[in-house]
Every structure is written in C-alpha cells, then in structure tokens.
Design a protein around this ligand. Structure first.
Ligand code: SF4
Length: 325
C-alpha cells in the first residue's frame, strides 16, 4: 500500500505505563504497544494520583458512591480525595489545548476507562458495580471525539485497529479545523469516504450533505455539526457486513477490467473473510494491486486502505481473535 503522511496525534497516557514507577506499590508497567506508538504520537504522561499529592508508595484509593455522585476515598486513612482530584482535573483539562486520544491504565480508580469497581459503601465487603475511573470519565466528557482505550484492550487485534483508526482520523480532523477552510474539510471527507462507509453509512451521508453545504452555512457551524457526526460515526468498531459492502463497492471500480476468474477469486476471498477465515488486510492488498495496476487515483487516496501508519499494523493478539459482526 502507498506510503501516506500521517499527522501526529496528541495522546494523554497514564504515566505508570512506562514513564514512571508511580503506581501505589511503586511499580511501573512496561507496555510494548505504548512503546511502539511513541514513534508516531506525542505523549503527555500524567499520574492524577501523584498530582494530588498522594505520594509513592501510597495506600490504595477506591471509588465509592452512585453513578451520579462518585467519591474517591482512601480507606486506610479515611481521606476523601475527591475535592483535590476535581481541582486537579479542572486545571488539567482546562489547559489541555489539543488531544486526540487517551491511553490509560486498566482497572485504576483514577485512569481506568471501564470496568472499575465502584463500591456502594466505604466499609470492606460492600457491594460494587463497574464504571469508569474518575479521571477517565472526565476525559470522555471533555474530549468526546478522542479515542479512549486501556492497555489491556489494545492487545486485542480488532480493538487495537479501531483505537488506531479513530486516533489518527481524529488527529487529521483536528488539522482540518486548524486549516479553517472548506477545501480542507472537502478533502478530508472525500479521502475518508470508504472508511466512513464501513463505520456508519447513515452518518457518512449526513456528513456528505454537510460538506455540500447547500444553505451556505458558516464554516464554524458546518465544522461543529460535522465533528458531532464524526464522533457518532467512529463510536463503535465497524461490523464485518459493512466492511464487506465497502470491499464490494471498491471492487466495482474494476468490473470492466477484471477477468471472470479474478472476480471469482475475489468473491471466494470475501466469503472466507465473512467466515472469519481470512484477514481484511489480504482483501485490501488484493484490491490495492488492482488500484495500482489500473491507476485508480480516487481509491489510492482512500484512508480505508491505510487508516494509520503501516508500521503499527501487526496481528499479534491477546488470544481473543477477531469477532464476526
Ligand atoms: S493508573 Fe493512573 S493514577 Fe494510577 S499510577 Fe497509573 S497513572 Fe497514576
């Protein structure tokens, strides 16, 4: 596939993921994905618990309360850390100018984006439900377009694909905003069309209408509405059926040039992909060969074939494998 120039996403990362031994027990987590990504993004490491003066090592904190009012408590000391944490977060997120993603530590009451126990009471043994850590919840609220994941989930191939796609697309859109021109938005939409078709076809159509701008709306209004729809479009990883539609759509560009045997081979490969027995990348490569052979410029520029730097593409997985959606 073609070598494309990517923007450098701005990523807030939990400091304990390879930047400092700041966990409650003075540990640091060496994470190969965080390390690999360093080359392609600008990291902003942060440890919210150290920032509020809890120190290292420290007694662990936990979340207590109901969904609408969660407190951060340190059971060993009885300290309610919520006011300091709120103050820190107001300053941190208030001064955060540019952010495309958050790569956070799993299960932490501060950083965990999901599945963090929230206890009904402060006493040991009180029941719990699962939710987001206090810092992670604020991150999602402040930057709804940003890609948010924890280091455990990005070990899964599909979740990693989605995280990276969203991260680099969000970063590209931030550049479009900075460019402040309708031309930059038209270019962005045009080059991401197949990607959006795979993610969410109805949002893609809405975004297309916004870009056409028949009412002559202001650029600011168009960008705001476009951003909202982009967030919705990229909210969930695409389904296999939608990806197959995109692949067939792309193959349609070559229907006059391909032989019957080439078409049959493509359909067989699609079927294997549908069954979870072939990788999307093998079909993308097959199509890209035809793109180059027949000089199909429009498809050659589609982010669908390379939504993030190729060096970050690797198949290693936590073992859960891909899901057929
Ligand atoms: S999970 Fe967050 S709060 Fe906990 S040590 Fe890591 S960076 Fe600090």
């Amino acid at each position: 596939m073609s070598k494309k120039k990517f923007t450098r996403p701005q990523v807030v990362v939990s400091k304990c993921l390879g930047f400092a031994a700041c966990r409650w027990n003075q540990a640091m987590v060496e994470d190969p994905f965080v390390e690999k990504l360093k080359q392609f993004v600008d990291y902003q490491p942060v440890c919210p618990e150290v920032e509020i003066g809890l120190g290292v090592p420290r007694d662990p904190v936990r979340l207590v309360g109901k969904a609408d009012e969660v407190k951060m408590i340190q059971p060993a000391t009885g300290r309610d850390c919520t006011p300091e944490m709120q103050k820190f977060m107001a300053g941190f997120f208030g001064s955060l100018k540019e952010v495309d993603g958050f790569l956070l530590k799993s299960r932490s009451p501060s950083c965990g984006p999901m599945d963090v126990p929230i206890y009904a009471g402060e006493k040991p043994g009180s029941s719990s439900k699962k939710g987001a850590g206090i810092f992670a919840a604020k991150a999602r609220e402040t930057a709804p377009l940003a890609a948010v994941e924890h280091e455990g989930r990005v070990k899964n191939f599909e979740l990693r694909e989605h995280f990276l796609t969203k991260l680099f697309t969000t970063s590209w859109f931030r550049q479009v905003r900075q460019a402040g021109s309708m031309g930059a938005l038209v270019d962005f939409h045009s080059k991401n069309k197949l990607l959006f078709m795979g993610y969410n076809q109805s949002r893609m159509r809405i975004m297309g209408k916004l870009v056409a701008n028949p009412q002559g709306d202001s650029l600011e209004n168009i960008l705001n509405q476009y951003e909202e729809n982009l967030g919705q479009a990229l909210a969930k990883a695409p389904k296999t059926g939608s990806i197959i539609n995109v692949l067939m759509h792309a193959e349609g560009y070559f229907k006059k040039q391909l032989t019957a045997r080439e078409k049959a081979h493509f359909l067989d490969s699609l079927d294997l992909y549908r069954q979870g027995r072939a990788l999307l990348s093998s079909l993308q490569m097959l199509l890209f060969d035809w793109i180059l052979r027949y000089d199909q410029e429009y498809l050659a520029e589609q982010s669908f074939f390379a939504p993030y730097p190729q060096e970050l593409f690797y198949l290693k997985d936590s073992g859960k494998g891909r899901t057929v959606g």
